[in-house]
Write a protein that binds this ligand. Sequence first.
Ligand SMILES: [Zn+2]
Length: 248
Amino acid sequence: MSVTLFAMTCGRLTGDLGRLMEGGEDRADLPIPAYLIEHSKGTVLFDTGMHPDCQRDPAARVGTRITGLFSFDYRPGEEISARLEAIDRDPAKIDIIVNSHFHFDHVGGNALIPNAVMVVQRREWEAGMDPESAALRGFNRADFDLGHKVIQIDGEHDLFGDASVVCLPTYGHTPGHQSLRVRLPSGDVVLAADACYFCRTLRERRLPQRVYDRQAMLASLDAAGARIFFGHDGEFWRGVPQAPAAIT
Ligand SMILES: [Zn+2]
């Protein structure tokens, strides 16, 4: 069973590296990745980038705490629906959204993918639905509670039953963070999302300043082992072919 994997960039942020990686200095260029996976039994998005309101008035959408931490470079045409249309894919025909977690730069584009089923870890969904923990984690219910059918999973989950696309629990960054393992003809890749922001996060085990559970997050780094696609690594991302080129 073969799958095709495409990478798309749904805008960029610039943020203070010291907050994102222990001992980091200067500002970091942070691409916002989203991935399309095509399988004979269905199409999957892994993360959906930011809500298009962030193109016009990010503070109104995400609040001034976040706009104080990041500057936004996000233009019309970079939102997930436009990225799909640019390669002749219909956003209304995406079958499944797998959200790594509920931060605004991973789930904001769900609004543009109307007919998909969301597959999320139960722990993340529960944190998102509880007003107190959602506020604590910086989740905005308007990003993900949009009437999509939701499948809540616990831990590892094989999407198509053939081991080609598998959700991997990588808790720590948030209560129910997950990564996605995709089996390409060339071997397995792991789309880490924010389990691992940067190549250096893994190599030097330097976590972000604020995470939900440091020990769990460190343990999730050990669970890797395949070719890893980092969550927001500008240098790494420059080497990743963008759709319509497939990742091989
Ligand atoms: Zn992120």
